[in-house]
Design a protein around this ligand. Sequence first.
Ligand code: ZN
Ligand code: ZN
Length: 411
Amino acid sequence: MQMKFKFLGGADVVGRMGMTMTGNNKTMLVEYGMSPSKPPEYPLDAPRVDHLFLTHCHLDHCGMVPAVCGRDRCELFTTPLSAEIAEMMMYDSLKIAKAEGYNEPYTAGDVKRTMDCVAPLTFGDAIELGKMEVTLHSAGHVPGAAMFEFAIDSSTVYSGDIHTADQKLVRGAKPVKCSNLFIEGTYAGKNHPPRKQSVSSFISKIEEVIDRGGKVIIPCFAVGRTQEIMLVLKDRGYDMWVDGMGRSVTRLFLDYPEYLREPKAMKSARRAFSEIRGQDMRSRAARGDIIVTTGGMLDGGPVLGYIRELKDNPKNAILLVGYQAEDTNGRLLLEQGCIVLDGETVKVQCEVQKYDFSAHAGHDELVDFVRKCDPENVIIMHSEARELLLPDLQDYNVILPELGKEFELDV
Ligand SMILES: [Zn+2]
Ligand SMILES: [Zn+2]
């Protein structure tokens, strides 16, 4: 059977994902996200849809789902863990839109209706939608993140965000044989250092900072990175604190232990850190050794308060462990050693370092994954440098989809 595909966003950028699939007498939407930039950026408008498939709860994939589910009341297929975290992210992004004076692209009522639309599925589950069978596989990106396999005459896999190497939180994704492979290419052209190496240089830096009498701030994204760092540090015996939305996400992860590589380790990591509740605890935390806190790119969240307090002492350190997008405070700090606090650019005197704890497959890992899935067609998305994968994918028919342009595939 032929099916038509169209990217509404996220084909040649990392952000605002959305793709329609039309055929089998249905219109389906795979992901519908937003880029939480200033101002936020959205995908093209979605047509009326029968089903929505959500790979995971990061805003670039889920951020606009309520605009569709609230309107069409279509079934939303995702893992129950992704659904619960996505709900938190959606309410949070409404709150941010309100606080920053941007238009709200949907209402709190739409989020509520979205949650009523959730048809929870887990890895290995297969459902029938007309002639199509849909199966979920773990994407190895963050707990609960799924790849979708759509099978009619042949099979089509949509990766979402994937990592193929094991992390402490989740094991890497396993290849799925298919004819059409939609794959993310965030790290096209770049490889990660081995994770062990990142962990050991990160830990020796922390030892060095604490030995010289300094304190360490680790800005982290709430979903995934906060918990991965907690797992890395849990047995080090320092006075450690965790702040921001990552706290609630950790609780949700523990409610769904089946999505964690080692639920026991996550429990003990949670015990190893003091959770901050309220302003009083924040000043106590600033006297401790290590603070793990949102926001990951230093554009908001409790991290700014800690930086304000600790930035002037060169013994202290800010250790960045996540991607710092252009035009963010994190990028400014890395490139120019200063950040914007309350509208004023200020110099940061403490040490700043960056470590690679990526939850995305690197270039060689992507190529290896494609080879093992053994498809005819490879469709590369979620990438700003996807042509860098072309030389290594000459054995395949590679499609680089463009925004709003329809293409057909045998499925
Ligand atoms: Zn993601
Ligand atoms: Zn993404």
